[in-house]
Ligand binder design. Structure first.
Ligand code: ATP
Ligand code: MG
Length: 564
């Protein structure tokens, strides 16, 4: 059976208003006389920087549109990308949207299995990939992907595109941008296919429409204050929705200069980039912030004050210590923001000037929120503050239009007109939301339901703790007890003495009901490719019987887990 196509499974959402992401994010600036302004500043791993203007980017998109159309790609077809952060990633996305095709970025960190699964589930017809990534992760599976008929390759470093394969760069150079087709897309037409991070289970393919561009640019202005005066930097991996929404679309639509660094995390390089590029607005993740914190605030300060006006984080809870560290090291606090693949754009955020450390912030204007208790066919809205319930949303124009091939699963997310997010939260008396945990991460200990984050935030304050993940472990008496997996800062040794110290610290700070019953030292915590702590892998470890040969106190994990 042919895999489902986004244009066929999408339930109509939004309006029939004509809108196209590429026109909105790029061509509009050219039409309005801003074509010569810098749109993108690419920092290559080794070869310095290259600026691309809005006019050049518009031409790049037109050339890509021509190339895709010449290869039979039409509106609604899925165009996948397996590319590093570079010009080709932007060309592929913008060229696909121009002809009404659906852009589907993939994580380079995935192995061949997860990549094949996503290409299959997405029914991708075209793929633009780096030569090395393609050889290692796709070539061996080509026969199992009959729908994937168009593969175009971009030479990695000194590599060459093998004879017989389409060379994307050469095709773009030869294409006629003046003859590029443009689709008359509407706000309800599918544009994006992203797979969720897979933190809680099998990743879901969420589809978003061209209409989402309005929410992305509006939230870019609200949360980051983005305008043509800004130099903005988003560090997200190209496979993550954060890169598409806030690394590609929002900054372009707001007319800002967007810094695009091909290289991976490197504390010194990052500080130099913030300073040398004059970055004014920065979007990153708690994992990256925690890594920077390990290097100390002095290193950050040694690079000078820079021009940073706003720094924000997304993806996981940001503990108050990290918020304050931003202020100390960079002169601005890290503002936590909340959204998920399904919402398509930021829904809740700490806005500049109104930051409450440890909270996710307040709903953005126009986003209706509630804390609810789920019933089978209805939800009960909890009006009083400080009660834990599920976060529910209404009125989000950028909400996903489909889970690819699984309309039932999407339908199950809506009750009484509310979209149920699956996240447990509480709202304080001032309207700030506090993340408690995902429904699946909650620990049911005796009569209490414990969110792991309160325990994690408290233990993260201990100087020995670099990273921590808390999960529930089955217990005959209490149903579940909290167990903390801890990676240590340099200079601290795992062992009975430190275990006792951490348990005492936890009991003092949290009280006996919340304090973890066990500490398990690990070298690093398992993560999804978006850098989130993979609690289900920790849970599996907590549930597993201890191996007699393996002391439970030291359980080394690889740094990353593919999520399948
Ligand atoms: P899956 O849905 O496949 O389990 P996932 O939910 O991790 O994966 P994403 O859509 O990338 O996939 O992540 C969204 C989720 O990340 C949110 O629902 C929430 O649980 C978590 N999250 C995002 N931002 C924050 C934040 N600021 N604080 C706490 N949690 C956050
Ligand atoms: Mg999710």
């Amino acid at each position: 059976m042919a895999p489902p196509q986004p244009n066929r499974t999408t339930e109509p959402f939004g309006t029939g208003e004509p809108v196209n992401i590429t026109v909105e994010a790029v061509d509009r600036h050219v039409a309005e006389g801003r074509g010569a302004r810098v749109a993108l500043r690419f920092l290559s791993r080794h070869h310095g920087r290259r600026d691309v203007s809005f006019a050049q980017l518009s031409e790049m998109a037109a050339r890509t549109a021509r190339v895709l159309a010449d290869r039979g790609i039409v509106a609604g077809d899925v165009v996948a990308a397996l590319l590093p952060r570079g010009p080709e990633l932007f060309a592929t996305a913008l060229g696909a949207w121009r002809i009404g095709a659906v852009f589907c970025p993939l994580f380079a960190a995935f192995g061949p299995g997860p990549i094949r699964a996503r290409l299959e589930l997405g029914g991708a017809k075209a793929l633009v990939a780096g030569t090395g990534l393609y050889a290692r992760k796709v070539a061996g599976h080509r026969e199992a992907l009959p729908r994937l008929t168009r593969v175009m390759l971009v030479a990695d470093g000194d590599d060459r595109v093998p004879p017989g394969e389409d060379d994307f760069t050469a095709l773009l150079a030869a294409a006629d941008p003046a003859a590029a087709p443009a689709a008359a897309t509407t706000a309800a037409d599918p544009a994006l296919l992203h797979f969720t991070s897979g933190t809680t289970g099998t990743p879901k393919g969420a589809v978003h429409t061209h209409g989402a561009v309005h929410a992305q640019s509006r939230t870019g202005r609200l949360v980051f204050g983005l305008s043509a005066d800004d130099v903005y930097w988003c560090t997200a991996d190209p496979g993550w929705v954060t890169c598409t929404a806030y690394g590609i679309i929002a900054p372009l639509a707001c007319g800002a200069v967007s810094v695009v660094d091909e290289a991976d995390f490197d504390a010194r390089r990052w500080y130099a980039t913030l300073r040398d590029q004059g970055v004014t607005a920065w979007y990153t993740t708690p994992t990256a912030i925690r890594m920077l914190m390990r290097y100390g605030a002095a290193l950050a300060r040694s690079h000078g004050p820079g021009s940073l006006r706003v720094a924000a984080s997304v993806g996981e809870l940001l503990n108050p210590e990290a918020v304050a560290w931003g202020e100390k090291a960079l002169g601005v606090p890290f503002h936590d923001t909340w959204w998920q693949t399904e919402t398509g754009a930021i829904a809740i955020a700490n806005l500049p000037g109104a930051c409450r450390p440890g909270s996710m912030g307040r709903p953005l204007p126009g986003v209706e929120t509630a804390v609810v208790r789920r019933g089978l066919t209805s939800v009960e809205v909890i009006a009083e503050p400080d009660v834990v319930g599920e976060l529910a949303l209404k009125g989000l124009p950028s909400l996903f239009s489909a889970y690819l091939g699984d309309p039932e699963r999407r339908r199950a997310c809506f009750v009484d007109g509310w979209y149920l997010t699956g996240d447990q939260v509480r709202r304080d008396g001032d309207g700030f939301f506090w993340f408690v945990g995902r429904a699946d991460d909650m620990i049911k200990c005796a009569a209490h339901t414990i969110g792991p984050f309160e325990i994690e935030c408290t233990l993260a304050d201990h100087p020995a703790v670099a990273e921590i993940g808390v999960v529930g472990k089955p217990d005959l008496l209490l149903r579940e007890v909290p167990v903390a997996f801890v990676a240590l800062n340099p200079g601290f040794e795992p062992g009975d003495a430190l275990t006792a110290e951490l348990l005492t610290f936890a009991r003092q700070e949290l009280g006996p009901a919340l304090a973890p019953r066990e500490i398990v030292f690990v070298e690093t915590l398992p993560k999804t490719t978006t850098g989130k702590i993979l609690r289900r892998a920790l849970k599996a470890k907590a549930v597993a019987e201890p191996d007699e040969d393996e002391p439970l106190a030291v359980v080394p994990y690889p740094g990353r887990f593919d999520d399948e």
